[in-house]
Design a protein around this ligand. Structure first.
Ligand SMILES: [Zn+2]
Length: 147
């Protein structure tokens, strides 16, 4: 069974080598669907009986990373020398320097990899992070799934 939780945040980026407007600095209201998979908990009288995981626990785990690390941040590719210089000399910003160009595809994979070890299989139901679907705009998404 798969269940999911949706988390939204604001973040800036640019896609340095993009042929059009995405190479300029801009931001998005990002939306991530965090999908977790596992068998249902059968332990009698457990709070999670009949669940894959408590929705609140998906939210707590994903939200902590996303709110602390990504919300109101600016994602910068480590090869974007101009922006690295800017952030080095400026205060009051929240740069997140990453080893990839911050396309929706790469950001989805990044979030997946940051979160995948944070879900503990407490009830031995095979619980694991199954996918991250990242919406960059209301009509554009990237889906990263575990193999
Ligand atoms: Zn963009």
């Amino acid at each position: 069974m798969k269940i999911g939780k949706v988390i939204q945040w604001d973040m800036g980026h640019r896609v340095l080598n993009h042929r059009s407007v995405c190479k300029g600095l801009h931001g998005h209201r990002y939306k991530a669907e965090i999908c977790v998979e596992g068998d249902l908990v059968e332990k009698k009288d457990a709070s999670e009986e009949g669940m894959v995981i408590d929705f609140a626990d998906i939210k707590k785990t994903a939200q902590k990373f996303i709110q602390e690390e990504l919300d109101h941040a600016f994602m910068v590719w480590e090869k974007d020398i101009e922006l690295l210089e800017f952030f080095k000399n400026s205060k009051g910003h929240k740069p997140v320097i990453v080893p990839f160009t911050p396309t929706a595809e790469n950001v989805a994979a990044y979030i997946f990899n940051q979160l995948k070890d944070k879900f503990t299989d407490v009830f031995k139901t095979g619980l694991h992070l199954q996918s991250v679907k990242l919406w960059e705009t209301p009509s554009s998404y990237a889906l990263y799934e575990s193999e």
